[in-house]
Structures are given as structure tokens and as C-alpha cells.
Write a protein that binds this ligand. Structure first.
Ligand SMILES: Cc1cc2nc3c(=O)[nH]c(=O)nc-3n(C[C@H](O)[C@H](O)[C@H](O)COP(=O)(O)O)c2cc1C
Length: 165
């Protein structure tokens, strides 16, 4: 074993999620995020890391809510688009024809093409360095009918998760 001297994001594999959000002016948006993880199961919480220069950053900072949408392989092209274009320049959700629904508990868009969407309210955030980690308390979870088991949980084994890179 030798020391690794060249590294940035060293924890792998990463989840590939789409974080959707809404500005105070009503604008909808979503961006690709791989800085994401569970951070509590009681109460259920997740965290997402957003670089302050992203257009979405102020939307989440100001609204205090976001939605984490899990992504399947068939959404690869749309994921790449949302991860390489900014709402600063265009309404990218409309450009790529992403179907959008309304949050039940939060005022933010839900991406209807995604198998699971997790509505969150920001309870804290930490500016770690390059990213600000937003801690979101889970308020409501949507899942496609065929993914919901008898006990009300999600059968994640049925999702062909995107592994972007
Ligand atoms: C695979 C992938 C993972 C990404 N992960 C993150 C991330 O964790 N945090 C982040 O702020 N941006 C991340 N990005 C970059 C944003 O998705 C990208 O800059 C996006 O265009 C920002 O959109 P916005 O300006 O409309 O908010 C990622 C991009 C890709 C392609």
C-alpha cells in the first residue's frame, strides 16, 4: 500500500440524486448532486451539499426546503443536462421536458419521472469548505406504486439506480 497524494472527493461510491427546489419568486429548478447522504434515522434526516455559486443555492437558502429525487438509469441524459446547465441561463426543467408535481408538505417541485422523491425542510446547514451541507428533516416521501411494499416501506432493490461516473 502507498499513500495517495492526489485526491478531492475520496469517498466512493456516491449517490447520484437530483435536488429540486423553488425560488421565492416561484421559479422551479433541479441540479445533479453527488454530495448527499443519510444523516439521521430518528428523526429521519438527509443532507445535500450545494456549492454556493450554484443558482439553486440561494433558492434553498431562502426557501428553507428542498426535495431529493432518487434517479434511475433511464434518466441518465436528463441527469447530465441538469448537472451541466444552470437555471441562471434557461428554465432547464422545461427545456428537457421534466414532469413536475407539487410537494405535499413543502413548497417545492417534485420530479415525477424519478422513482422516489423525498421532501425535506432545512433544519441546519454547515459551510464545510467548497460545499454548504444542508441538513433536511424528511417531511414526506413519494414513491412509484410498484415500489411500495406491504409494510409501507420502499423496495429499493427494484430501482435500477444511475451510476453516473
Ligand atoms: C455527476 C454530477 C454531480 C454533481 N454533484 C454536485 C454536488 O454535489 N453539489 C453541487 O453543488 N453541484 C454538483 N454538481 C454540479 C451541478 O449539478 C451543476 O453545476 C448545475 O449546473 C447547477 O445548476 P444550477 O446553477 O441551476 O443550480 C454535479 C454535477 C454532476 C454532473
Amino acid at each position: 500500500m502507498k499513500e495517495v497524494t492526489n485526491f478531492k472527493s475520496c469517498l466512493k461510491p456516491v449517490p447520484d440524486v437530483l435536488v429540486s427546489c423553488r425560488g421565492l419568486n416561484g421559479e422551479n429548478n433541479a441540479l445533479a448532486v453527488e454530495y448527499a447522504g443519510n444523516c439521521s434515522y430518528d428523526p429521519p434526516m438527509v443532507m445535500v451539499g450545494i456549492v454556493p455559486s450554484r443558482y439553486s443555492y440561494n433558492m434553498i437558502k431562502e426557501s428553507g426546503v428542498f426535495v431529493v429525487n432518487l434517479v434511475s438509469e433511464e434518466l441518465r441524459e436528463k441527469y447530465a443536462y441538469l448537472g451541466s446547465h444552470s437555471r441562471r441561463d434557461e428554465n432547464k426543467l422545461e427545456v428537457i421536458d421534466m414532469k413536475v408535481g407539487e410537494g405535499v408538505k413543502v413548497n417545492a417541485p417534485v420530479l415525477l419521472d424519478c422513482p422516489v422523491s423525498i421532501e425535506c425542510k432545512v433544519v441546519d446547514s454547515i459551510l464545510t469548505g467548497s460545499h454548504e451541507m444542508f441538513i433536511g428533516k424528511v417531511e414526506y416521501i413519494h414513491a412509484k406504486d410498484e415500489l411500495i411494499k406491504e409494510d409501507g416501506s420502499v423496495d429499493y432493490s427494484k430501482i435500477n439506480f444511475l451510476k453516473f461516473r
